[in-house]
Design a binder for this molecule. Structure first.
Ligand SMILES: O=c1ccn([C@@H]2O[C@H](COP(=O)(O)O)[C@@H](O)[C@H]2O)c(=O)[nH]1
Length: 245
């Protein structure tokens, strides 16, 4: 896989017109992420728009609820034919296992392949300080992220979403084909915005990420196309990239 195919760009826009404008502005982006804002606004229609253009789709709905509710939602999401779907690892093992089963049931009903289910370990907007003082989690941040990844792995999930600052540790500790998807990726020339555990795209891939989610450095740039090209060029300099995909 060429480096640019490892970049997932979020369609973090409020409506279908703006989503289509962005897709057309960046024709070489092959993998798009649909998150809470656009899906709440447009619903599954956006998934058809992307699939009709042969794009891969990451449906980032970050499910977090009791097992019955998450399972019911996954049964529907399984029919969509998307490539990736998210759930919070803190839903717990029963919920994670149930979500996998429900996705397979949904996919069978929809006559499609089930998405890969990946768990959020710890949002990349949370700092070590936030974890300790606000969330009162009595573990060091890297240890917490690792435990959430191991929980997801033991529950049979396909991978996790993690910050690039923890990706090397997870690559070492999890099974070789466990997918590691990193948001919180920032070129050195970009604003970090609300991302608190960021590293550069080159660092994230070198430390073992399979995919990078890069939004505002591209989509909020004065010229999104040249920001995309600049990042692809930076990634092109990396030699010998290995990947689970
Ligand atoms: O821990 C997480 C999980 C998901 N995200 C999502 O990724 C993108 C990042 O966008 P940027 O503009 O590059 O900050 C966004 O859609 C988040 O919902 C995340 O950032 N961290």
């Amino acid at each position: 896989m060429i480096a640019s195919e490892r970049i997932i760009v979020p369609l973090d826009v409020p409506n279908l017109d703006q989503a289509i404008a962005l897709i057309e502005l960046l024709p070489d982006v092959s993998f798009w992420k649909v998150g809470l804002e656009l899906f709440t606004s447009v619903g599954p229609r956006i998934l058809d728009v992307l699939k009709s253009r042969q794009k891969r789709v990451f449906l980032d709905l970050k499910f977090h609820d009791i097992p019955n509710t998450v399972g019911s939602a996954c049964r529907i999401a399984g029919t969509y034919g998307v490539d990736l779907l998210t759930i919070h690892a803190t839903c717990g093992k029963d919920c994670l296992r149930g979500a996998m089963d429900a996705l397979f049931q949904g996919a069978a009903t929809g006559g499609t392949a089930p998405p890969k289910l990946i768990a959020i370990t710890l949002l990349t907007s949370i700092s070590a300080r936030d974890l300790a003082f606000d969330l009162k989690i009595p573990l060091e941040l890297p240890e917490f992220a690792l435990q959430m990844a191991l929980l997801a792995e033991n529950a049979g999930l396909d991978g996790v979403v993690c910050s690039p600052q923890e990706v090397a540790q997870l690559r070492e500790s999890c099974r070789p084909d466990f997918l590691l998807v990193c948001p919180g990726v920032r070129p050195v020339w970009a604003n970090k915005n609300d991302q608190k555990r960021a590293l550069s795209p080159v660092q994230a891939l070198q430390y073992g990420a399979d995919y990078l989610v890069i939004g505002r450095p591209i989509t909020a740039a004065t010229n999104p196309l040249s920001a995309w090209e600049k990042i692809c060029e930076e990634l092109g300099s990396i030699q010998n990239l290995s990947s689970t995909t």
